[in-house]
Design a protein around this ligand. Structure first.
Ligand SMILES: [Ca+2]
Length: 125
């Protein structure tokens, strides 16, 4: 009977990073990417984090556009109310009449574009 030598795992003298194992630096900004807190930043966690960030960006964009649409709507109403106040002389209204038309078209364009865009986006999902 021959005695076969036992195969032992080689103990490497290389450092962790040289063997292909990667570590984050101390207090890395990417530590938050370890969502489940197991000390490993997996591809799945990176993908999840990316998806979350994209969703947040989309939400911020949607919020800004909604605010703009509201501002346009409120602006039109305030402007209309302001023009009917007695402090606004008739002569000035006559001079600026063409400009007022453009103002309403511009403001309602923003509101309409917002409505159309949100309807299109919700239909696309
Ligand atoms: Ca993890």
């Amino acid at each position: 009977m021959t005695v076969r030598p036992k195969i032992r795992p080689k103990t490497s003298t290389k450092s962790a990073s040289a063997r292909g194992k990667k570590n984050l630096q101390k207090d890395s900004a990417y530590e938050e990417y370890d969502i489940d807190g197991d000390g490993v930043v997996s591809d799945k966690e990176l993908a999840a984090k990316k998806a979350i960030q994209e969703a947040e960006t989309q939400e911020e964009k949607a919020d800004a556009q909604r605010n703009m649409a509201w501002l346009s709507l409120i602006g039109m109403l305030l402007f209309t109310g302001l023009v009917f106040l007695p402090i606004f002389p008739d002569s000035r209204i006559e001079v600026l009449a063409d400009l007022f038309g453009l103002f309403y078209i511009g403001m309602s364009g923003i509101v309409g574009a917002y409505m159309g865009m949100t309807a299109y986006m919700s239909a696309k999902r």
